[in-house]
Design a protein. Structure first.
Length: 253
C-alpha cells in the first residue's frame, strides 16, 4: 500500500472529509510523497523534532500524529519549522495528521478509548461542537470513587492529574472530552454528570465546578490523547499488515 492509497483508506475510516471546515487542523497527509510504499508506520501524539527523529531511526516510512504541523494558517518555512521540514524530507518520512476525526471516532477515538478503559456503559454522544459531538457520556454499573477512576485511567500519570472534588463521592455518570475542553464543563453540568473528565485544567473550571457541585478530573492533554493513535495503530497492523510502532513522548501536561 502506498501513501495515496493509505490516505484514501484513513479518510474513509475516520470520516476526515466530514470535518473539513470544522477543524483548524489540516487533517490528512501534511508532508510526503504519495507514491511512497508503506512498510512501517510510527505513531505519536505530537509532531515534533523528537518524534520525527525517533520515527526516522525506527525505520518508519510515515509518522502518524494527532497534533500535526498545520493549524489553519500559512507558516513560513524558516527557523524551527524549516528544521522540522528538513528532517522529514531528508529521511523521506511522510507526516500524516488526524485531529478531531481521531478525537470523536466511535471506536478508534481518544474519547471512545477512555470510555472503554473506564468500562462505561449506556454510552451516548456528548460535547456538541459545530454540529457534531466530540465526546461521550456514560455510566458505571457500580459507582466508582475519584481515586479509583484516576488510578484506572492514568496510573503512573497520577502526579500530573488535577482533581476538583466538588461533587458526589460515589460517581455513576461521567461526561468526557479529551485534550483541551475545560470550556465544555457547562455541557457536563447540563447533562447531569457526576464527573467531567478532560485533559487540560483551565483556570475557569474551579469556581464553575465548585458552584455547580460537580467533580472534575483533568488528566492532562497528552495522557487523554494517547488512546486514538494506539487504537488506530492496532487496526492498521491487523487489517493492512503494516508494521506499526507507538512513540511515547509524554509531556506531563
Amino acid at each position: 500500500m502506498n501513501v495515496e492509497e493509505f490516505d484514501k483508506w484513513v479518510r474513509n475510516i475516520l470520516n476526515i472529509n466530514e470535518m473539513a471546515g470544522r477543524d483548524a487542523s489540516l487533517n490528512g497527509l501534511q508532508v510526503g510523497r504519495t507514491e511512497k510504499e508503506l512498510k512501517k508506520i510510527a505513531f505519536a501524539v505530537d509532531a515534533s523534532m523528537e518524534s520525527f527523529r525517533r520515527a526516522s531511526e525506527s525505520g518508519a516510512d510515515m509518522l502518524f500524529v494527532h497534533h500535526g504541523l498545520y493549524w489553519g494558517r500559512v507558516i513560513p518555512v524558516t527557523g524551527d519549522f524549516y528544521r522540522r521540514m528538513e528532517i522529514l524530507i531528508k529521511n523521506d518520512l511522510a507526516l500524516y495528521a488526524a485531529h478531531l476525526p481521531l478525537d470523536m471516532h466511535e471506536e478508534l477515538g481518544n474519547n471512545a478509548g477512555m470510555a472503554k478503559a473506564l468500562g462505561l456503559k449506556s454510552l451516548e454522544p456528548f460535547g456538541a461542537y459545530k454540529g457534531v459531538h466530540i465526546g461521550w457520556k456514560g455510566e458505571f454499573e457500580t459507582p466508582q470513587t475519584r481515586d479509583e477512576i484516576t488510578a484506572r485511567l492514568f496510573g503512573s500519570w497520577e502526579e500530573s492529574v488535577r482533581v476538583l472534588p466538588f461533587g458526589k463521592d460515589e460517581i455513576r455518570t461521567v461526561a468526557l472530552i479529551s485534550g483541551s475542553a475545560s470550556h465544555d464543563l457547562d455541557q457536563a453540568i447540563e447533562a447531569g454528570a457526576d464527573l467531567y473528565l478532560t485533559g487540560e485544567a483551565g483556570h475557569v473550571l474551579y469556581h464553575a465546578a465548585l458552584e455547580a457541585g460537580i467533580n472534575v478530573i483533568c488528566g492532562g492533554h497528552y495522557a487523554t490523547e494517547v488512546y486514538g493513535v494506539k487504537l488506530l495503530a492496532e487496526k492498521i497492523k491487523r487489517e493492512l499488515s503494516i508494521e506499526t510502532e507507538f512513540i511515547d513522548i509524554p509531556t506531563g501536561l
